[in-house]
Design a protein around this ligand. Structure first.
Ligand code: PEP
Length: 254
């Protein structure tokens, strides 16, 4: 089964609503007549409405950068999955390393977020990845398998089929230091093997695994050439329409 590539942009804590609308407009122009890939953009919560309005005539998915496990309640500062859906979102990032680091999110809490996103009809984009110290201690695969087991292993096969996994080595995020295609492929292959052991060979063939960590137009092609890499989650380079479009059109780059 051939997997449809997915290119996603995480805008982190950048863009006011007016800036998000302008960037969305520039993306629409730069991505007119897009290749056969899925495209998703994750603006800050306050810019979702402006971006959804700007992209309503396109197939670009808008997503939330996080989601709370409960549908509503006394959880000051949080946003629920049904709220994201009502705002026009089709996806949610879960377990991004910046939330693991700064908000101390992990394990069962992330599992609940994944289930909440699925229950509301959102596509969870579940992030995992090791720190530099963990890689240097030869623990990258063990750490990533542990993060996947904690958050995803309890899902049924049909639930898991709706999840996209993003492997993002923490040492490559926002650092300009990109994993070599071979380093990324090694972890992606291990993730695919874990999917196979957990839900079977069919899902291992069909689930998409994105790579994230300093992806740019200049390095995307080598990354996408790897057999187990199905797309990219892009931070910095997704804040410029031309560079994100260059990544989306990875098949055209030198
Ligand atoms: C990210 O935020 O998920 C990311 C990969 O950032 P960058 O592309 O800037 O490394």
């Amino acid at each position: 089964m051939s997997r449809r590539p997915m290119l996603a942009g995480n805008w982190k804590m950048f863009t006011t609503p007016a800036e998000a609308a302008a960037l969305g407009r520039a993306m629409r122009t730069a991505l007119m007549d897009p290749p056969a890939v899925d495209i998703a953009l994750f603006p800050p919560f306050t810019s979702i409405a402006a971006l959804v309005a700007e992209l309503k005539a396109t197939d670009i998915i808008v997503g939330g950068q996080d989601v709370h496990p409960e549908p509503e309640g006394a959880f000051t500062g949080n946003v629920s999955a049904p709220m994201l859906v009502a705002a026009g979102c089709g996806a949610a990032l879960i377990g991004h390393s910046e939330r693991r680091t700064y908000e101390k999110e992990a394990g069962e809490y992330l599992a609940r977020k994944v289930r909440a996103a699925l229950a509301a009809g959102l596509m969870p984009v579940f992030c995992c990845g090791e720190t530099l110290a963990e890689r240097e201690a030869n623990k990258a695969l063990e750490i990533v398998r542990g993060q996947l087991s904690d958050a995803l292993a309890g899902l049924t096969g049909s639930e898991a089929a709706r999840v996209v996994i993003a492997y993002e080595p923490v040492w490559a995020i926002g650092t300009g230091r990109v994993a070599t295609p071979e380093q990324a492929q090694e972890v992606h292959a291990a993730i695919r093997a874990w999917i196979g052991l957990t839900w079977g060979a069919g899902l291992a063939r069909s689930m998409r695994i994105l790579y994230g960590g300093s992806v740019k137009p200049a390095n995307v092609r080598g990354i996408m050439a790897q057999p187990d890499i199905d797309g990219a989650l892009v931070g910095g380079a997704s804040l410029n329409a031309d560079s994100f479009a260059g990544i989306v059109r990875f098949q055209d780059t030198e």
